[in-house]
Design a protein around this ligand. Structure first.
Ligand code: MEV
Length: 458
């Protein structure tokens, strides 16, 4: 294989040997192997040195990786394995959010331009009548226990349900702290599921996890009750793990947007038609939901949530009827105003996990001012709804590129040296002329600065 002008092949020991493509006889083999025993035990610097050597990193690249920014290297090293550095993302805030009558400044961490601006703009037109309404159900998570090898799975199901109290009691013994704060195992459900290897019994342990995301509590409980379920059913328990289809931990958010605030009934109709496209076509629904997740995940990142769990839950919920659908609904009410509703699982925590370990996540929660995981879920649902509205409004009217190009023009103007009022002037000219590139930004900055200078002297 020829890669970047070098010849790469795998030798018998599966090491990668890097050879120069020039006279083979002269090649000095440089051994590179990713088999590094006890890599995880080495100090961060040593790991970084090994990787730098492996990948041929420059000093500047190594320096970049070594910059942990606002994360203490010791904390980073405890959060995950094999740490060699940290990576910063922009931390922004969306403003204007009024949710359940309370004002919120919403921290967002995201790499995509326009998301934060879109959320703030949407929230601004949603402030009437107390703003966005949002309600989260109780923090109930599901632990799954898979039972196989059953001759009579329906009979086993009946036995499990008959032993509900014993199972709940055993589960609660493993987490007295959770029970003390009002949480704990609440219920047991059981289904016989037909699989490619025959029927199996799937037991669901329903746990109120209070302010935690809950994976640890639920997984521990599921493991604890597994032997009891084996004893009751005579089957073999295999998996004992949380379900990310958290359909007992939902957030519902809704809002009315007045037609006169968004350009009239024509715009309302266009947004409803845009939603109808997503309702009818999974290809569009995926993108529609991606727009919702732009907001939800940005808040999840800022507050150090398990964002993969939220994503998995959202998409599984969107497909719960056997067809992938949008998580939101947009309609026109009797007065011609736009009304929107979002429903999705929202498994988030304000205690435990990285939320309380990452110092910036703690600051994010303080900015949000939420008192519980339920309140955080309500905010995140509201942000998802606002983000969705912003995307549909832009798509159904001017298209999203105009806003994107304006932001791009702004970045170019700043890169070209514009400051203060000059930024807006340069942006206006570039956007109105449809000429958005760095060379033109530079030319305009120089020209307008010269003119400004001349004006000041005269
Ligand atoms: C882009 O990140 C998100 C959108 O594609 C969402 C949508 O199409 O609804 C604009």
């Amino acid at each position: 294989m020829l890669l970047g002008g070098s010849l790469l092949y795998f030798d018998a020991c599966r090491k990668i040997i890097l050879l120069s493509p020039r006279p083979l006889g002269e090649a000095i083999p440089m051994e590179r192997t990713s088999r590094i025993p006890e890599f995880y035990k080495k100090p961060i610097e040593e790991r970084r040195r090994i990787v730098a050597e492996f990948a041929g990193l420059t000093e500047e690249e190594v320096r970049l990786l070594s910059n942990f920014g606002n994360l203490d290297p010791a904390i980073a090293d405890r959060m995950i394995e094999n740490v060699i550095g940290a990576m910063s993302y922009p931390f922004a805030v969306a403003v204007n959010f009024l949710i359940n009558g309370k004002d919120y400044i919403v921290p967002m961490v995201i790499e995509e331009a326009s998301v934060v601006a879109a959320a703030s703009n949407a929230a601004r037109v949603m402030r009437r009548d107390g703003g966005i309404k949002s309600r989260a159900t109780g923090p109930l998570m599901i632990g799954q226990i898979q039972v196989i090898g059953l001759k009579a799975p329906y009979y086993a199901r009946a036995l499990v349900l008959d032993h509900k109290d014993e199972i709940i009691q055993a589960a609660n013994e493993v987490d007295p702290v959770l029970v003390k704060v009002g949480g704990g195992a609440r219920d047991v459900e059981a289904r016989v599921v037909e699989g490619p290897r025959g029927p199996m019994l799937v037991v669901h342990l329903i746990v109120d996890v209070r302010d935690a995301m809950g994976a640890n509590a639920v997984n521990t409980m599921a493991e604890k009750v597994a032997p009891i379920i084996e004893r009751i059913t005579g089957g073999k328990v295999l998996l004992r793990i949380i379900s990310n289809l958290a359909d007992k931990r939902l957030v519902r958010s809704w809002v009315k947007v007045y037609k006169e605030d968004i350009g009239g009934e024509e715009v309302v109709d266009a947004i409803v038609d845009a939603w109808a496209f997503a309702a009818a076509d999974p290809y569009r629904a995926a993108t529609h939901n991606k727009g919702i997740m732009n907001g939800v995940i940005a808040v999840a990142l800022a507050t150090a949530q398990d964002h993969r769990a939220i994503e998995a839950g959202a998409h599984a919920y969107a497909a719960r009827d056997g067809r992938y659908k949008p998580l939101s609904v947009w309609e026109k009410d009797a007065d011609g105003n736009l009304v929107g509703f979002l429903e999705m699982p929202m498994a988030v925590g304000t205690i435990g996990g990285a939320t309380r370990v990452h110092p910036v996540a703690k600051v994010a929660l303080k900015i949000l001012g939420v008192q519980s995981a339920t309140e955080l879920a309500e905010v995140m649902g509201a942000v998802g709804l606002a983000q969705n509205f912003a995307a549909l409004r832009a798509l159904a009217t001017e298209g999203i590129q105009r806003g994107h190009m304006r932001l791009h023009a702004r970045n170019l103007a700043i890169m070209a040296g514009a400051t203060g009022d000059l930024i807006d002037k340069v942006v206006e000219i570039m956007v109105s002329e449809g000429k958005i590139n760095f060379a033109y930004a530079k030319e305009l900055v120089e020209k307008l600065s010269r003119e400004g200078e001349a004006d000041r002297k005269s």
